[in-house]
Write a protein that binds this ligand. Structure first.
Ligand code: NAD
Ligand code: IPM
Ligand code: MN
Length: 391
């Protein structure tokens, strides 16, 4: 048990700083009111810092970040900068360097939020997507060749927390082409699948849906499925496993989301399915996520990006970010066994639920005109009321 916690803040770009500010305002107040000290240190990484210095995320900053109890992240991405530079240079670098192999993305429709799915209310949409977060098409192995060109490429990729599988690709091209290689490693699949079973058991969830595309991408996702089947055997008396192709999973998420409890997906399918998950829970303004290394410093961020169309206008919905703060505290509770952290996490979540259920505050994405800071103020006031009323 700890008496004080250190959180690194990386607000980033676009609406990142606007939504992070609201979450920190609420998180700090709740933690202090129940006697937990928390120290925040802000890091400037993002578009402005890159344009000024040419640096995305230095090794020195990465080392520093490892000394924090958690990292609270906004979003990166800026229309002035070529796509991929900040996303890969900062976000994906954090995920790979800190080996944040679990991406936990709860999908929950809250009372007072409208889902675009007809006939579904709160309680009908409530599941968790566990996305593998370091492998698949995210290993950054790819290249381009011009027409009438012959070239060899060499790559070293880190998989499953281990270093250095070497790949050599020779291309003899007549048309000019590009390739991208996805990797599923045995260790990488095993660790996320085991984590998922343990996660489900701890929370009394009795079924896991494993998603893949083993009918076409038979090598990579074939291995993924084989490993899930094998590990599933060990757990079969406690947790049922089912297997679903990703296209069918997308269909069922829309037609029958009630059937899901835990979805476990390789990296890229997990990326796509969680924006769909965000949509059915009312939008990206409600979707939190945690990038977790069970044995190290983890990073928490809303699922959404920097939303350049809404940046600087004080109109973004801060709830995804506020729920992300709550998720971070829940994770720190499980890591440090400090019950106060769980209490703080629950208070924040409850405050969000009560404010939404009141129907009085709706940001633009909800069809209203509540400003970012006004939504934050309303949740802060409700959180304080909950603390003082002893809930
Ligand atoms: P996006 O998530 O930023 O936005 C998609 C849509 O959702 C936009 O219409 C946006 O206005 C809306 N939206 C997102 N968050 C919202 C919120 N909190 N409140 C209200 N509306 C919200 O995705 P995009 O437009 O595809 O990407 C924009 C930039 O962000 C790109 O540079 C992209 O690479 C980057 N990105 C970063 C992250 C991240 O840092 N985690 C995630 C996704 C995208
Ligand atoms: C997400 C984002 C990132 C991803 C991008 C910005 C690198 O879409 O966190 O879902 O693809 O993982
Ligand atoms: Mn995404």
């Amino acid at each position: 048990m700890r008496s004080a916690y250190r959180i690194a803040l990386m607000p980033g770009d676009g609406i990142g700083p606007e939504v992070i500010r609201e979450a920190v305002k609420i998180g700090e107040a709740v933690l202090e009111s129940i006697g937990i000290r928390v120290f925040f240190e802000e890091f400037p990484n993002g578009a402005e810092h890159y344009l000024r210095t040419g640096e995305t995320l230095s090794e020195e900053t990465l080392e520093k970040l490892k000394g924090f109890d958690a990292i609270f992240f906004g979003a990166v991405g800026d229309p002035r900068i070529k796509p991929g530079i900040l996303e890969k240079g900062i976000l994906l670098k954090l995920r790979s360097s800190l080996d944040l192999y679990v991406n936990l993305r709860p999908v929950k429709l809250l009372n007072g939020v409208e889902s675009p799915l007809k006939g579904f209310g709160p309680g009908d949409i409530d599941f968790v997507v566990i996305r593998e977060n370091t492998e698949d098409f995210y290993v950054d192995m790819g290249g381009r060749v011009d027409a009438s060109c012959s070239r060899a490429f060499e790559f070293t990729v880190n998989t499953g927390g281990a270093r250095g599988s070497k790949y050599r690709v020779e291309v003899d091209s007549s048309s000019g082409e590009a390739f991208q290689i996805g990797v599923i490693s045995r260790k990488g699949a095993e660790r996320i699948i085991k984590f998922s079973f343990e996660y489900a058991i701890k929370r009394g969830m009795r079924r896991i849906t494993f998603v893949d595309k083993a009918n076409v991408l038979t090598e990579a996702y074939g291995l993924w499925r084989e490993i899930a089947e094998k590990i599933g055997e060990e757990y079969k008396n406690i947790v049922e496993s089912e297997f679903m192709y990703v296209d069918a999973a997308a269909l069922h998420m829309v037609l029958n989301p009630k059937r899901f409890k835990v979805i476990v997906a390789p990296n890229m399918f997990g990326d796509i399915l969680t924006d769909l998950g965000a949509a059915i829970q009312g939008g990206l303004g409600f979707a939190p996520s945690g990038n977790i290394n069970p044995d190290g410093t983890s990073m928490f961020e809303p699922v959404h990006g920097s939303a350049p169309d809404k940046a600087g206008k004080n109109i973004a919905n801060p709830i995804a970010s506020i729920l992300t703060f709550s998720l971070m505290l829940e994770h720190l509770w499980s890591r440090y066994n400090d019950e106060h952290l769980l209490e703080a996490s629950r208070i924040i979540e409850k405050a969000v639920e009560n404010v939404l259920a009141s129907g009085k505050f709706k940001t633009v994405d909800m069809g209203g005109n509540t400003k970012t800071n006004e939504m934050g103020d309303a949740i802060l006031a409700e959180a304080k009321r909950l603390v003082h009323s002893g809930r």
